[in-house]
Write a protein that binds this ligand. Structure first.
Ligand code: FAD
Ligand code: NAP
Length: 546
């Protein structure tokens, strides 16, 4: 449908067409709103549209990393693998968009450039890069936590004459590295997935590692028909359990004991079992104190380092791959398929940028302190302007000319990680200060979309024109998020969770790590207490609800 056929005034605009945008469009239409969606990509999928790099797959098991709102969809859809591959996850989101009929509500290849709130009319005006102007009462920000790719600022990058790729902007057409010399920058969760795949094709692969990361074997495999059927039999029950879980999954029990209660032999035996089973959540949920006690954390970190040394044949390379600069888990624990084994291949070279920094890129390759490496292709798996980046890239103006990007310069504050003081009727799906990226995100997305829908229904039932958080409630929430994080080892790493990967970004641990269930109960409590902490406005009369 051409953009001109879409209405210019709707109840709600949804920015983004990933998991969050697709569900938000469906849910809001279900409660009777007129809606429009905007998506910069040419299709739905979000993360799973853009990150089509070789090896891309999820690290939360697919039976759980999927929507629970429709029993029909969860019964009909068949996941083939424990951790599905990007094409399957993309197809799944497309299927949900088609089943719910929301695809026709989205303007694709259309970027929202600005949003401005008018206090008098209690309406937002949204402008796009296609020159469209739309007015709406509600803005649902489903723009993603990991949707703004970061390219490194290396001198000479523009002069490189070979191929250049970013993992988060991977082209739709097939990329063939056969016979090519390739360099991959970045050894986070993405690089660790890409490297083993590209190594199979490339003539030579240079892994440009700045910081080593901990990675565990994924243990990915085909799901059997029997186990899928077993899971589906109790799907609603599993989803209910997941909502009450620390991380938002049903299949991994929460921890009950400290690893320090075990002898070294018992610890080793347990770790070996977890290693053989694969995945990271089972490790993270095995004991209560990995992220609370440095001694507990060191036991696991030492174990993973010993596995790296056992796997990588060249001791010098193995040592360079061992992380010592952060507690395990304080950056996202990666899961891999043959990552460490890749360094035993003759066509793979680890370049440790700590000892041998990059000086510049030339038309033919990369100059490090030790000389030039000629390559045909550069792959950047260098991460994202995470959590707040997608929103600060939109020119969002709230009440009294307040700009969101200015407000978030000091600290990215949002009440319950969901709504922002000064920005009425704008709801941020998995915003800063919610469990978001420290949870099974699809479950957290569903919870936030439903929170937004409930809030709108509450407004309709009470004839409210605007709702926004009180500044005091917002500050109290952000302080609480920091307090919870500061009791953990999560704060002990320079990671994208803290804004450390973007120069000039405020430094604080942003996601809520108190658990999905605790968070859900906090939201329920706010709702049940007349939207405590929010200010509501009916016909321009301000009423405090606390
Ligand atoms: P996204 O999927 O990021 O979608 C946001 C969309 O908004 C994007 O398509 C973007 O183009 C669009 N957009 C942004 N700004 C604008 C604008 N101004 N105008 C128009 N459109 C705009 N999480 C897990 O829980 N488990 C996993 O296993 C997991 N694996 C991941 C693997 C990778 C490679 C990455 C990068 C992330 C992974 N995540 C995982 C996190 C993942 O981002 C979420 O699980 C989930 O897909 C987010 O969905 P979303 O709809 O909130 O955001
Ligand atoms: P990331 O975790 O931010 O990692 C970026 C990597 O690039 C780091 O190794 C970083 O090194 C390196 N880097 C950045 N700038 C560099 C430069 N100028 N020179 C050299 N190296 C540079 O990003 P990501 O790997 O894309 O992962 C982001 C998140 O997406 C993950 O944490 C996870 O939540 C999600 N994800 C999940 C999966 C999955 O398994 N399902 C897969 C991919 C991504 P430093 O550490 O030194 O900064």
């Amino acid at each position: 449908m051409a953009n001109r056929d879409f209405p210019k005034n709707v109840d709600a605009v949804v920015v983004g067409g990933g998991f969050a945008g697709v569900y938000a469009l469906h849910k809001l239409r279900e409660i009777g709103l007129t809606v429009r969606g905007f998506e910069a990509a040419s299709d739905v999928g979000g993360t799973w549209y853009w990150n089509r790099y070789p090896g891309a797959r999820c690290d939360v098991e697919s039976l759980e990393y999927s929507f629970g709102f429709s029993d029909k969809i969860q019964q009909e859809w068949d996941w083939s693998h424990r951790f599905s591959f990007q094409p399957d996850i993309h197809s799944y989101i497309a299927h949900v968009a088609d089943e719910t009929g929301v695809r026709s509500l989205i303007s694709f290849e259309t970027r929202v450039l600005s949003q401005a709130y008018d206090a008098e009319s209690q309406m937002w005006t949204v402008k796009t890069d296609k020159g469209e102007e739309i007015t709406c009462r509600f803005c649902i920000m489903a723009a993603g936590n990991l949707s703004v790719p970061l390219f490194p600022d290396i001198p000479g990058l523009d002069e490189f004459e070979g191929e250049k790729y970013h993992s988060g902007r991977w082209p739709e057409e097939d990329v063939d590295f056969t016979g090519k010399r390739v360099a991959v920058f970045g050894t986070g969760a993405t690089g660790i997935q890409i490297i083993p795949e590209v190594a199979k094709e490339a003539e030579h692969l240079y892994v440009m590692q700045r910081s080593p990361n901990f990675s565990l074997p994924a243990g990915n495999r085909r799901l059997t028909e029997k186990e899928v059927a077993e899971f589906k039999k109790d799907y609603p029950e599993h989803r209910k359990r997941a909502r009450r879980h620390l991380f938002g999954v049903a299949g991994v029990p929460e921890p009950t004991r400290s690893v320090l209660e075990l002898t070294e032999e018992e610890t080793l035996e347990t770790f070996e079992q977890l290693w053989a089973y694969g995945g990271s959540i089972n490790f993270q949920m095995a004991f209560t104190d990995f992220m609370k006690d440095e001694r507990a954390n060191k036991r696991l970190a030492d174990f993973v380092r010993s596995k790296i040394r056992q796997t990588v044949k060249d001791p010098e390379t193995a040592e360079k791959l061992c992380p010592y600069d952060h507690p395990i888990g304080s950056k996202r624990i990666c899961i891999d398929t043959g990552y460490y084994e890749t360094f035993n291949r003759d066509n793979v070279t680890l370049v440790s940028l700590r000892e041998n920094p990059v000086q510049r890129i030339t038309p033919k390759g990369i100059v490090t302190e030790q000389g030039e490496i000629e390559v045909d292709a550069l792959i950047f798996a260098t991460g994202f302007d995470a959590i707040t980046g997608a929103l600060t890239h939109i020119d969002i103006t709230g009440r009294d000319g307040l700009k969101l990007a200015d407000k978030w310069k000091e600290r990215p504050s949002a009440y319950l990680g969901f709504a922002v003081a000064g920005f009425p009727n704008m709801f941020v799906i998995t915003g800063p200060g919610s469990p978001s990226v420290k949870s099974n995100m699809v479950l957290s997305i569903e919870q936030h979309v439903e929170f937004a829908a409930d809030t709108i229904v509450h407004m309709q039932e009470n004839d409210l024109g605007a709702i926004e958080p009180q500044v005091a409630a917002e500050n109290e929430w952000v302080d609480y998020v920091s307090e919870v994080a500061n009791k953990t080892l999560f704060v002990k790493a320079d990671s994208w969770y803290t804004g450390a990967n973007v120069p000039g970004k405020p430094r604080m641990f942003v996601p809520f790590v108190g658990g999905v269930n605790t968070y859900r109960l906090a939201c329920e409590d706010v709702k049940q207490n007349g939207y405590r902490g929010f200010t509501t406005e009916a016909r321009h009369k301000v009423r405090e609800t606390s």
